[in-house]
Write a protein that binds this ligand. Structure first.
Ligand SMILES: C[S@@+](CC[C@H](N)C(=O)[O-])C[C@H]1O[C@@H](n2cnc3c(N)ncnc32)[C@H](O)[C@@H]1O
Length: 257
């Protein structure tokens, strides 16, 4: 996948490709990350990319022309048909469903705003999708662009040592992940649940599903209706009307919210 980020701060976003999982995807040539700086598409001595807002008010607005030229240059770096995605608090809330959709693309252009935002005409003319990281305001779109790249890179085949690990993560099939433990089996009086030491893989899988269900129910109940069919079947087996096996409802080992 080729990702091109349109940003005033290339050094900031370049860091995402230098560490950890994303760094591994870059090293393996699964992912390539490039930057295009709108300042390189200005024609005045100050390399101006912003101006005062029409109608007055505080702050500055990113100008149409340098951004349009930068996006057109960025299009040459990505496969044809790659979407132009603007990071903005006014966009669709970014979630794992979109991560999966983007991971199926050959490329994308991520547009990072600054100041009070971007001239609306540029968004109308060049942007295919607006994505928001959440209901809060960052001072720039770079961190949001890096979050998109990180989440997508995890799903690109070959990036993770074991592709199964992404399939078990929270949201992969609509639920939160189960809790994780590692050695030692007891520390400061806290023991690992016995079932995880039992070697009984069926029981372990069942316990993990129960924990995932319990956590999702407690912390994010709105996730349950959209959980995958496999999860739905497990959920219904715990409901009173369908429970013919005498199985108990899921419980959680942690009360944290
Ligand atoms: C200070 S913000 C501008 C906020 C804008 N005036 C508004 O209220 O919608 C500057 C830039 O940060 C980025 N940004 C801020 N919050 C974001 C969020 N929650 N998700 C994605 N990008 C965000 C956008 O690229 C935005 O253009």
């Amino acid at each position: 996948m080729q990702v091109q980020i349109v940003t005033l701060f290339p050094d900031m976003v370049n860091a995402v490709g230098e560490y950890g999982v994303v760094g591994r995807a870059v090293d393996k040539a699964i992912l390539s990350i490039g930057t295009t700086n709108p300042r390189d598409f200005t024609d005045d001595v100050h390399r101006t990319v912003d101006d005062r807002p029409y109608g007055g008010g505080p702050g500055m607005v990113m100008k149409y022309e340098p951004l349009a030229a930068a996006i057109r240059a960025a299009r040459k770096e990505v496969p044809a048909g790659s979407p132009v995605i603007c990071l903005t608090p006014q966009g669709k809330r970014f979630d794992q469903v979109q991560v999966e959709a983007l991971a199926g693309m050959a490329g994308m252009i991520l547009l990072a705003g600054r100041y009070e935002g971007i001239d609306e005409r540029l968004i109308e003319a060049e942007v295919d999708l607006e994505l928001s990281l959440g209901d809060f305001v960052l001072s720039g779109g770079e961190i949001a662009a890096m979050a998109v790249i990180d989440a997508v890179a995890r799903l690109l085949p070959g990036t993770l040592g074991d592709d199964e690990s992404a399939r078990q993560d929270s949201f992969a099939d609509g639920l939160l992940d189960h809790p994780h433990y590692t050695r030692p089996d007891e520390t400061e009086g806290r023991r690992v649940p016995d079932v995880l030491l039992s070697g009984n893989h069926e029981e372990i899988a069942r316990w993990r599903l129960k924990e995932a269900l319990g956590r999702s129910f407690e912390r994010r109940p709105e996730l349950l209706p959209s959980a995958s069919l496999r999860r739905q079947r497990a959920i219904s087996s715990w409901l009173p009307d369908n429970n013919t096996s005498g199985t108990r409802r899921p419980s959680v080992s942690s009360g944290r919210v």
